[in-house]
Design a protein around this ligand. Structure first.
Ligand code: RI2
Length: 314
């Protein structure tokens, strides 16, 4: 909605999400929900129908910024319901703002709950491999450290965006023993450093129990399976995809080749940059959610219980 008041806020939030200035599945959901509330406050029209259509347009545009993370669509649908179910413009605007604030609070609370539940599962001095930068997963490590469990962490660099550096810096700042490794060292390090657990976040969890997470997750979890190392995934309820219950496939986002290499260095060479992959359910041991532990075979039931009957607008 470029010409509407609030349009420039929406555009700048969309740009920051698309460029990964704002990143992490939970955070982009939170920022998008709040941006929708900002647009609702700035709406100057007089008709409820126009408000609804502007809100929906804005939500569709925000959701398209990162197609894999279902947290975006789940958060936006939750907020949009405020516009779609109220009977007057004022009530609709109020409800959109309330819902956005509630979603933003829920994002924080869910992470806190997951940190408590996941930390409980960790033993003292566990040797843990992490991939990418998941605030949900890192919360568990910080909580374990707070409880005196002293986890020992190996963090993959996570090419091409190198979120492993953010992870390593964060863990170091929180007093946690961390070692950075390149992605291709994962299997070797798991074996030689006696890693006892792989800990991950999620961008989307599908009804069949498969996990969509940063590219390389599938290799890391396959390596873990080959060494009989358990894989624990920290995933808030809003990372589970109700769309997949109806058979919709999770889209794997592809990003600019320039994130991998400058085209001038390799004239004529094709570069392919998928940034997420699908890990099959048999490579995940457990999802730790804000509503408790969920094993892959129970994911469809979990999604049905949480989202069943809810109307979705985008
Ligand atoms: P939290 C990230 O995606 C990573 O794949 C990470 O595992 C996932 O989002 C969840 O992050 P990207 O935005 O919500 O770096 O746990 O592409 O912070």
């Amino acid at each position: 909605m470029p010409s509407a008041p609030g349009g420039s806020l929406l555009q700048s939030v969309r740009r920051d999400i698309a460029s990964m200035k704002t990143r992490g599945a939970g955070e982009i959901g939170r920022q998008a929900a709040l941006a929708l509330a900002g647009a609702a406050k700035a709406f100057r029209g007089k008709s409820l129908a126009e408000f609804r259509s502007r809100m929906r347009e804005a939500a569709t545009m925000l959701a398209a910024a990162r197609p894999t993370a279902v947290s975006l669509r789940n958060g936006l649908n939750f907020v949009l319901a405020g516009a779609m179910t109220q009977k007057t413009l004022d009530a609709a605007r109020r409800e959109v703002v309330l819902r956005a604030e509630r979603f933003a609070t829920d994002v924080t609370l869910a992470k806190k709950r997951i940190a408590e539940l996941a930390a409980k599962e960790l033993s003292d001095a566990e040797r843990i491999l992490v991939h990418c930068h998941s605030t949900a997963a890192l919360g568990a490590l910080v909580e374990a450290q707070r409880q005196g469990k002293r986890p020992i962490v190996f963090a993959t660099e996570t090419r091409p965006f190198r979120q492993g550096l953010i992870t390593s810096r964060f863990l170091k700042e929180n007093g946690i023993d961390v070692t950075l490794i390149v992605d291709s060292a994962a299997l070797h390090v798991m074996e030689t450093q006696r890693v006892t657990r792989v800990l991950l976040g999620a961008d989307a969890v599908a009804a069949d129990g498969s996990l969509y997470n940063k590219i390389g997750t599938r290799q890391v979890t396959l390596a873990a399976k080959s060494l009989k190392i358990p894989v624990m995934v920290c995933a808030e309820t809003f990372k589970f995809s109700p769309y997949t219950l109806e058979g919709e496939e999770v889209v794997i986002e592809e990003r600019d080749a320039a994130e991998i290499v400058d085209a001038k260095e390799l004239p004529g060479v094709k570069v392919h940059n998928p940034v997420f992959d699908r890990t099959p359910p048999e490579q995940v041991t457990v999802f730790v959610t804000d509503a408790g532990r969920v094993v892959p075979r129970d994911v469809a039931k979990f999604i049905r219980a949480r989202f069943g009957g809810e109307k979705r607008w985008i």
